[in-house]
Design a protein around this ligand. Structure first.
Ligand code: GAF
Length: 377
């Protein structure tokens, strides 16, 4: 990660007013439940976007060490007016204004070590870092609980990606050593202690490095199917479908594919609640089987996995993981495995061997430590 304060000095000829950081995330469990008003349990990664920023006289200027050219705009205009990576920055300015806030003109320099295209929310980290910087620079009085929805609107309306509220919530509201239990309807959170190291455990993340396949279209299609199912079942959202008696409820739907989509969401919500119960009583190892059934549900019912992630999950389990699952939106991305801390290298090697046997591009493993959400440094 580059020294963003010195980039700022080089580009703008002055010290920044401050540095702000916001992390990427992995989701322990609760996939495609957020836009169904359900439950999620992400934690923040140490990998983060850092923004050096100062108030300016007019407009917004942004340097990113990942890009050749700076972006600048005098006004974010209407959604879509600014495109490419700068749309995430313009989108945050737009969403803050749209929510009625006076946004300070600013100069920014950005750096990031959040892996791109790995399903660990590099875009939410970018939005959240810029949002936090602009809120502080402008002295805007916005409660932390209200911030993720602003960053989500930047992504949904300005950038045009129909995501839920999990990633921005994780980047903004997570705390070190905890997983964030979020009710995506009420937006209430509970910090759930997740000190894996104290139990001699680790969460191994394996970036599948699978090429992304039709992610945007498939994500939107899953979301549509869930909303249509809720309409047909006469409930506001699939969160309102009870896990008890699910089979009878599903019989009310003619479409077999839709039945499976609903079954994933309803059982996944229950798995989040069960995971939280176990973690509250310190039984971390016992969440493993819930992680593994979450993966099976994503593979068989929601159909959002790809061979690379399925092979990584199988190999991690064969190597002795307590549980393993894909994390994030799907069609590639990362796999999480809950393992004994001293098994990280062996598990990563087992996944790499399985990849070699299948002729897949080698995966990238790293150990995830639950870290702090967005903050001024
Ligand atoms: C992506 C989305 F951005 C989230 O809102 C969430 O739906 C996730 O996929 C799936 O759980 O990360």
């Amino acid at each position: 990660m580059s020294d963003v304060a010195s980039t700022f000095r080089d580009q703008y000829g002055a010290e920044p007013d401050g540095l702000w950081a916001a992390p990427g995330r992995v989701n322990l469990i609760g996939e495609h439940t957020d836009y169904n008003d359900g439950f999620v349990l992400p934690f923040a990664l140490p990998e983060r976007v850092v923004a050096a920023a100062s108030r300016a006289d007019a407009g917004w200027r942004v340097w990113s060490d990942l890009e050749e050219e700076p972006a600048s705009f005098d006004d974010p205009g209407e959604p879509g007016a600014v495109s490419g990576w700068a749309a995430y920055v313009a989108g945050v300015v737009w969403a803050l204004r749209d929510a009625g806030y006076e946004v300070p003109p600013a100069n920014l320099a950005l750096t990031s070590d959040v892996p791109l295209g790995a399903g660990v929310s590099s875009s939410a980290a970018l939005e959240s870092a810029v949002l936090t910087a602009l809120i502080d620079l402008g002295g805007l009085d916005i409660p932390v609980a209200d911030r993720p929805a602003i960053a989500q609107r930047a992504e949904n309306v300005y950038v045009g990606a129909p995501t839920g509220i999990m990633d921005q919530s994780a980047s903004i509201r997570c705390q070190a050593g905890q997983a964030l239990f979020l009710d995506c309807r009420s937006l209430e959170v509970e910090q759930i202690p997740f000190d894996v190291a104290a139990e001699g455990l680790a969460v191994l993340v394996v970036n599948s490095n699978a090429p992304h396949r039709h992610v945007d279209g498939e994500y939107g299609a899953r979301r549509k199917s869930c909303e249509e199912a809720a309409r047909l079942l006469g409930v506001p959202a699939l969160r309102d479908v009870a896990a008890d008696g699910l089979d009878e409820t599903l019989e009310r739907l003619d479409d077999h594919v839709m039945r499976r989509r609903v079954r994933h969401v309803v059982t996944e919500n229950q798995r989040v609640l069960d995971t939280v119960e176990l973690l509250r009583s310190g039984r971390i190892r016992e969440i493993g089987p819930l992680m593994t059934s979450s993966h099976a549900s994503m593979r068989d019912d929601f159909e959002i996995t790809v061979p690379e992630v399925d092979v990584a999950v199988e190999a991690a389990l064969m190597a002795g993981a307590y549980g393993a699952r894909m994390t994030g939106g799907g069609f590639g991305g990362c796999v999480l495995a809950l393992i004994d801390a001293d098994r990280a290298d062996a598990t990563a090697a087992a996944v790499a061997d399985a990849y070699a046997e299948h002729g897949f591009t080698a995966p990238t493993p790293f150990v995830a430590v639950p870290s702090q959400g967005a903050t001024r440094l």
